[in-house]
Design a protein around this ligand. Sequence first.
Ligand SMILES: Cc1cc2nc3c(=O)[nH]c(=O)nc-3n(C[C@H](O)[C@H](O)[C@H](O)COP(=O)(O)OP(=O)(O)OC[C@H]3O[C@@H](n4cnc5c(N)ncnc54)[C@H](O)[C@@H]3O)c2cc1C
Length: 430
Amino acid sequence: MEQLEIGIVGAGLGGLAAAVSCALAGHTVTVFEAARELAEVGAGLQITPNASRLLRQWGLKDAIQPLVAEPTLLAVHRYADGKILAEERDFDKNIRHKYDAPFIDMHRVDLQRVLAERALSLGVTLQLDSRVSSIQATTLGPVILLKSGREVRCDLVVGADGLWSKCRESMLQKSDEPLPTGDLAYRIVLEVDKINDPELRSWVESPQCHFWIGPYSHAVGYSVRAGTMYNLVLLCPDDLPNGLSRTAGSVSEMRALFAGWDPILTRFLEQVDQVDKWKLMHRAEVESWTNPQKNFVLIGDSCHPMLPYLAQGANSSIEDGGVLGRLLSHVKTKHQLPWAIELYESLRKSRSEKIVRETFHQRDAFHMPDGPEQQERDRLFASQLGAPVSQKFPSRWTCPEVQPWLYGYDAYLEADKAVKLNPYKSEDRL
Ligand SMILES: Cc1cc2nc3c(=O)[nH]c(=O)nc-3n(C[C@H](O)[C@H](O)[C@H](O)COP(=O)(O)OP(=O)(O)OC[C@H]3O[C@@H](n4cnc5c(N)ncnc54)[C@H](O)[C@@H]3O)c2cc1C
């Protein structure tokens, strides 16, 4: 087998997932990360079976176990009084039974560090403090140009540099800014030891996932780090100026926006002494995620950033990494690379873009102002309470059509099936 030299730009969740899976496929991987250390950026993440299945396949089960919380209930509440609109009890058991993989909640940095350690153990080189300026195409292969002036030639470059991707600009050969979605997120993490209220403490210590849905806004809360930390995200209309994507938020302004909501939520908000405000961005779909030479690809938020309303941004970035690495495990000579990259794009692009669209549909369903449409939605919710949901459902989290499509995805199986259906032929050579 000819080993490929793979350069990955960005050590976020997508980049590290790709690093692990490409290294497991037998290739030589270097990751270039702009940050000086893998520090606490972001907050909690819900990791759904489509990604937790891959984490298990990569041998991470034991490393992540002490860091996760596995919700036993998923409930959707009316914002004003906390009335339960939809709920699934034994959520943990049902999910494992249906998908043979868990739904787990983690702090982003915990997952990032576990992936980084696994990548290092597989021989991946992780270069921190290495900001990439652009990717250049040459006849000898793509070249990563670092801000320091260094140039690194690779067989394949993977652009995993997130929402503000430089790789995407190199791919499109023009500057290309993300677009506002119209919403923003207040992201909060609370440590259980600092919470005095016994009822709130028991919420944190018994992992569950709760949504509160209201006009133009919703909130989601769940435990992370084995029930020692609570992650709360408040989603509401964006009032940040253009060009400002993240800033410290005002706690009093945040409380005022959610005043009059379910008392359990507002009591959690009373515990908050600092909060970050994130503008939620997305991007127009691009025609292709690969260059014509098929030796430069995009993954993750660089090509499919989405609203976090289905918690799929990181999960689908991990899927990207899984599929890419698995396809590359079938590449035995460099000539086969374009074939594998074409398969990567055909497997990943339509699915991820469909997930992006679903996140906007979820916003429509969760953010309805009070009125006849909301009453109709709540009647539908009520008709399915107390039994397994049996029809298309406004909460895609438990919808019998959307949930299996999202969580049932097996990245390695999809890659293997694609290879079987489209085996490499020597005439595929560019
Ligand atoms: C409020 C909120 C809640 C969310 N909740 C969830 C959730 O529950 N579940 C979920 O799956 N997703 C969630 N997401 C989305 C998720 O965080 C992202 O989709 C995911 O992190 C994208 O991964 P990525 O690797 O593509 O990009 P990132 O994680 O952004 O990583 C990009 C990396 O590239 C580095 N980088 C950037 N530019 C350069 C450069 N020029 N050179 C070198 N390195 C560079 C960055 O420093 C960073 O480390 C949420 C997002 C938000 C805003």
